[in-house]
Design a protein around this ligand. Structure first.
Ligand SMILES: *Cc1c(COP(=O)(O)O)cnc(C)c1O
Length: 413
């Protein structure tokens, strides 16, 4: 693939070290790491000064429109370790009619459903699996609500790494099947994603699996960070006023926040930041509850349920990083009902022709609620995230049937 000219094999990256997201304690790069000593996520740090001297936004503009165009800001050292299914830049699409319904002209959606395996989990997993390959991992294991497992399986197949995947037994059927089709061993578990995570932890002890759970290894964030780099570049190095992000483990929100800090340090953007809005479902809203109560950590949400499986995450190891970004940005956390989610999905498809996944629908429902209560104004430029292709999810059958052999009243069609 064209990545051979994207990365010369001998060139070191600009990674200097890793750092505990909670304590700031330093860890060496180029070694296999999970969580930090205090059990919190590790963040990759770069020599941004040297990086800024080596590459400019004008250089980027010459490169292929994919995630690897940001290679200097990514951790993979050697091109031959890159696995890829074509992680193309995703478009920003205006929801004109839905926006106009609330008097807004700048309602935008970053449509992540165009990525390999049909979701933005591809961004995180292409990075995590490339790094797993680089660091010599032979078997990965992960808990998933569906899309992460699908992306992990796909890239693991390419890397020649064994993948063992655990999902709640009510995970969308298509996800369970695509995981298996892409060569992973997949198990349906009678529990939620954090229960699946406990099985991964036990299997790690027993079998030496590498734990690829959200934020329990350092590189999925780096992959998700490219959403922030990409949207900044697409919008001419100007950030929107507000970003609505459907928050499960929060990797994307944390990753974008990190991206913005790195871009400002490089001088590619100014100090203006979007208000970051963490969107959850009313049936599983641990981050919203913690935000409302002014807590830095979120307690587990019992009996979690929602149609938006991707954000059914009762407890997140990166809770404080999500909450810090929401607060530092002057944003907020908001929960929406399943009914509002489904209505939003229907409206975006019917009015603007964009088929959202339920989690994407949640961001639209949250925007509507925030317009209604005045937390967001219709004049603001708002970016919603559609994280997966709507085609992966069940749709109502609204078709009618015709008998081609009988008389047809065309005036009634
Ligand atoms: C994983 C997932 C989310 C949540 O993303 P995080 O970055 O883990 O919070 C939202 N929507 C979909 C479709 C997902 O697969």
């Amino acid at each position: 693939m064209r990545h051979d000219d994207n990365l010369t094999t001998e060139r070191p990256t600009f990674v200097t070290h890793l750092e505990c997201g909670m304590t700031g304690e330093r860890y060496d790069a180029d070694q296999i790491h999970g969580l930090s000593r205090v059990g919190r996520p590790l963040l990759v740090r770069y020599d941004l000064k040297a990086l800024g001297a080596a590459v400019t936004p004008a250089d980027l503009a010459q490169r292929p429109a994919d995630l690897w165009r940001y290679r200097e800001l990514l951790p993979v050292r050697r091109a031959e370790n890159i696995v890829s299914l074509g992680e193309s830049t995703t478009p920003i699409v205006a929801l004109r009619k839905v926006g106009a319904g609330e008097g807004a002209r700048n309602l935008l959606v970053k449509d992540e459903g165009r990525l390999p395996t049909g979701s933005f989990k591809a961004r995180g997993l292409v990075m995590a699996i490339s790094m797993a390959k680089e660091l010599g991992v032979t078997t990965i294991a992960m808990p998933t609500n569906g899309n992460a497992g699908a992306a992990a399986a796909a890239y693991a197949a390419q890397a020649g790494i064994d993948a063992v995947i655990f999902c709640p037994d009510d995970t969308p059927e298509i996800n369970v099947r695509e995981i298996a089709a892409q060569g992973a061993r997949v198990y349906r578990v009678n529990g939620l994603i954090d229960d699946c995570g406990k099985l991964v932890a036990a299997g790690k002890e027993a079998n030496g699996w590498f734990d690829l759970s959200t934020l329990k290894e350092p590189y999925r964030i780096e992959g998700k960070k490219t959403m922030g780099l990409e949207l900044a570049e697409e919008l001419g190095w100007e950030l929107p006023d507000v970003i609505f992000y459907p928050t499960g483990g929060g990797t994307g929100l944390i990753g974008m926040w990190k991206a913005f800090a790195e871009l400002e340090a490089l001088g590619w953007i100014g100090s203006k930041r979007p208000r970051m809005v963490a969107v959850q479902a009313e049936g599983c809203a641990p981050i919203v509850r913690a935000w409302e109560q002014g807590e830095r950590h979120a307690t587990r949400w019992e009996d979690a349920h929602t149609v938006a499986a991707g954000i059914r995450v009762p407890q997140a190891v990166g809770d404080f990083l999500i909450l810090d970004a929401v607060r530092d940005s002057n944003g907020f956390a908001i929960a929406v009902s399943d009914a509002a989610i489904l209505e939003a999905v229907e409206d975006a498809a019917r009015l603007d022709g964009l088929l959202l996944c339920p989690e994407g629908g949640a961001t639209l429902a949250a925007w509507r609620a925030a317009i209604a209560d005045g937390r967001v104004s219709p004049d603001e430029t708002v970016l919603l995230f559609n994280c997966a292709t709507g085609l992966k999810y069940p749709m109502e059958d609204r078709s009618a049937t015709l008998d081609r052999h009988g008389p047809i009243d065309f005036s009634a069609l």
